[in-house]
Write a protein that binds this ligand. Sequence first.
Ligand code: ZN
Length: 207
Amino acid sequence: MSDESLFYPPKMGKIMLLGMEEIMGGNGVGALLELPLLGNSVPHPLSASSNHAFSFETISSLQSALELIYGPHGGRGMALRIGRACFKYGLKEYGSLLGLTEMTFRLLSLPVKFHIGAKAFADLFNKHTDQRVRVEEREDEILWHIERCPLCWERKAEEPVCHLAVGLLQESLSWLSGGKIFDVKETACIARGDAACTIAIDRTPLS
Ligand SMILES: [Zn+2]
């Protein structure tokens, strides 16, 4: 591995594997990790990966592998579900660090929670990983710009492919709002030639 490689730390990679295991089952993850595409880049079982940093190449290959196994449409659905599942593992690992689980935070109004939560969540990636996120707050929506994105790292695609991030944000919004559902979609993707992977979050819940 070259010095220039970009990484997720072991904890963050493990959260992704836990989410995959919850949705695909241990055998499903095992089969996926054996694909030539992954080139033995992730140790398995999960317990073996506790000190293993995840390169952006590996994280991107994991997304491609989902599409390979389940087809483009099925792979997208799985990545969304995995992203949603990852949230609770992430909250368990990082929630108190971010101050999101404190009672004072829980009592804030939803717009304030969105403002503070988005900033804290972006900081988590910016400070603890090589992923870069910029939050842009507009009147009707919040734009989550992933300016350096591991999910589509070195990929080329016709449509946005960072579905795991969409699922993760959907679940974080549901948690922040006490169970509401929001319209969350990826509107731009580096894999498609855009400058950033942009996920647009409508501030008004669907339900
Ligand atoms: Zn991306």
